[in-house]
Design a protein around this ligand. Structure first.
Ligand SMILES: Cc1cc2nc3c(=O)[nH]c(=O)nc-3n(C[C@H](O)[C@H](O)[C@H](O)COP(=O)(O)OP(=O)(O)OC[C@H]3O[C@@H](n4cnc5c(N)ncnc54)[C@H](O)[C@@H]3O)c2cc1C
Length: 381
């Protein structure tokens, strides 16, 4: 009997490996085991879900059974793997075990919940999966005041989207800048200005220290003592790679499941990719690195060991009041900027010692310039 390639997880990473592998090998059995219902959806669409009034079902691109048939694979939905037996090359759930030829961990990450003093922490909503979006949509459908915690990429996109959906939104962040880790000061300030103009209130330099419930209302206390009354709280305060399963099996863990450039973990025949994997020390929770990882891993699984090569990649920020594309080094005091401000937006190029361009940010209609700047960055890399 031919042993299967087994993939744990049916997010973008898991399904992308299965798709790529099937293009190279139509015979080896493939089994995907997933804790969720296995429907394939576009997670980035969550950032536009509220303003476009999309139900969770409307985000489904393909149902689990359709995908199983299309790729000629077996999918076990609603099945949480509880142990990996590295010695015997098997995984288990309940009383059942599945023996694998090769195992792929595509188990993603959990949305981190900020450490808030609260007897109501369970009230904090998150948006890192379709089910979380479904739950949050139901919870806020008849609510008007929403407080979003986290001024990183996802929190900023979600806050604006809720505001465009007609909600009264407050966006609270620990640092003084919106997306401070990605944007230079002058663009971050402009973005904050446009948020305020569009009706989304931004409160920076504050943490949420306490959350209490009184009747149907939530009371949020900020670090400066201010109390905000709101109807719902959404946290977008980062991700924690899911490592428990891998750690219990003795795989090397740092922030994520450690893999080398071939996406191999510290144990033979076990690979990892996606939001849960740390590739040579780096977490890359974005679609493009996952797509490139899946392509390389599929070749390895098909018998041709291949390292993943990650070029300089663009980041697209989905904030309709100020669309932004950037790449390379774009934040930090060591950069000097050449900025062209036009009626159609900004073109900002980052330099170190005025020598070579190391990054860029383009906004509004000038995002069309991003592709040639990306090509220049790649050529210089
Ligand atoms: C709101 C939002 C907007 C985004 N926008 C963008 C964007 O514009 N561009 C971009 O590049 N990226 C974006 N991202 C990031 C991108 O969507 C993620 O990097 C990607 O979807 C992660 O896929 P994944 O398969 O690694 O993880 P996940 O989607 O989290 O999938 C993990 C899977 O593992 C399963 N699982 C976990 N543990 C077990 C277990 N023990 N047993 C069985 N199954 C298990 C889960 O059920 C799930 O199926 C966005 C993310 C969010 C939240």
């Amino acid at each position: 009997m031919q042993l299967p390639v087994v993939i744990i997880g049916s997010g973008f990473a898991g399904y992308q490996v299965a798709r790529e592998f099937r293009q190279l090998d139509s015979q080896t059995p493939v089994i995907i085991v997933t804790a969720d219902n296995g429907d394939d959806y576009s997670k980035p669409l969550i950032s536009h879900g509220f303003s476009r009034r999309l139900s969770a079902d409307a985000m489904i691109q393909k149902r689990c059974d359709e995908l199983a048939e299309e790729l000629a694979i077996t999918i076990l939905p609603n099945t949480r793997i509880t142990a990996i037996d590295v010695q015997n090359k098997a995984i288990s759930y309940g009383d059942a075990t599945i023996t694998y030829r090769d195992l792929v961990l595509a188990t993603g990450a959990e949305a981190a919940i900020p450490p808030v003093c609260s007897d109501s922490a369970a009230q904090i909503l998150t948006l890192n999966s379709l089910e979380e979006y479904r739950h949050a949509s139901d919870c806020i459908a008849d609510k008007q005041r929403i407080l979003v915690i986290g001024t990183g990429l996802v929190g900023t996109e979600i806050a604006l989207d809720l505001s465009l959906a007609g909600k009264d939104v407050r966006l609270v962040g620990m640092t003084e800048k919106l997306m401070g880790h990605l944007l230079p000061d002058f663009i971050s300030k402009e973005l904050k200005q446009r948020f305020q103009t569009s009706g989304c209130q931004v409160i920076t330099g504050q943490t949420v220290v306490e959350l209490t419930q009184s009747n149907s209302e939530l009371r949020v206390t900020l670090s400066d003592g201010r109390v905000i009354e709101t109807d719902a709280v959404i946290a977008a305060t980062g991700l924690q790679p899911r490592t428990v399963l891998a750690q219990a099996a003795g795989l090397r863990i740092n922030r994520g499941i450690c893999v080398d450039a071939g996406l191999q973990t510290s144990k033979p025949h076990i690979y990892a990719l996606g939001d849960g994997a740390e590739i040579n020390g780096t977490l890359l929770p974005y679609l493009q690195p996952i797509a490139l990882s899946a392509k390389a891993l599929a070749k390895t699984l098909a018998g041709n060991r291949t390292n993943v090569v990650l070029p300089v990649m663009p980041v697209i920020i989905k904030t309709p009041v100020m669309p932004i594309q950037l790449s390379g080094e774009t934040s930090g005091a060591h950069l000097s900027w050449l900025v062209e401000q036009t009626d159609n937006g900004m073109i900002a190029k980052a330099y170190v010692h005025d020598e070579k361009m190391v990054g860029y940010v383009v906004t509004d209609k000038q995002i069309a310039q991003g592709f040639s700047l990306l090509a220049q960055l790649r050529a210089a890399a």
